[in-house]
Design a protein around this ligand. Structure first.
Ligand code: HEC
Length: 158
């Protein structure tokens, strides 16, 4: 083997080693890059999931929400209560005589009041008198409701 041939073969060996080394390095860089990218991609996926969920929730949100406030604001007329039912809010005092209320059904406690006339009793029940709160403290009752309850109480107390 001549000197020149030796150099050639040395050179080609070195050349092949370098090519292999560069190929390996390239593969390592590619693997590292794909690791880094998968992390970023996972974060991007996660974010778009959240955004999609929010967007969907906004799209399918109900036009009218049914909440406790809506129920409270609903007209009270829609609920038909019997006089006996409505009297329950008055019974707290008028069944027991609490706060000095005339007891329903006790004619002796009502005779003097009946003498004042039904209209006065209606007015005092609607507007309140002394310890008797306006509408018995139940502001949901209409004037007609209160009058009906007063009629009911009076009839029981004659
Ligand atoms: C917090 C207790 C209380 C509640 C609840 C209450 N009352 Fe009375 N009520 C009284 C008292 C006390 C009196 C006596 C007031 C007075 O003459 O000094 C009275 C008196 C009355 C009288 C006689 C008024 C008069 O002029 O003599 C009527 C009628 C009456 N209440 C109706 C009602 C009705 C109807 C309700 C329910 C919607 C009701 N009350 C709920 C305490 C109450």
């Amino acid at each position: 083997m001549s000197e020149e041939q030796m150099n050639d073969s040395k050179f080609s060996r070195l050349f092949i080693i370098m090519i292999i080394a560069m190929t390996v390095l390239t593969i390592i860089i590619a693997v590292l890059a794909s690791f880094a990218a998968s992390d970023v991609n996972a974060k991007l996926d996660e974010r778009s999931d959240i955004e999609n969920t929010q967007a969907t929730a906004a799209r399918i949100a109900p036009v009218g929400k049914f909440s406790a406030t809506t129920v409270a604001a609903a007209p009270t007329e829609a609920v038909v209560l019997s006089v006996e039912d409505m009297y329950a809010s008055c019974a707290a005092c008028h069944a027991t005589g609490a706060a000095g209320a005339p007891i329903t059904g006790d004619a002796s406690q009502w005779s003097a009041r009946l003498a004042k006339g039904t209209d006065t009793l209606y007015n005092n029940a609607i507007n309140g008198i002394n310890a008797m709160p306006a509408r018995g403290g139940n502001s949901a009752l209409t004037d007609d409701n209160v009058k009906a309850i007063v009629d009911y109480m009076i009839n029981q107390s004659k």
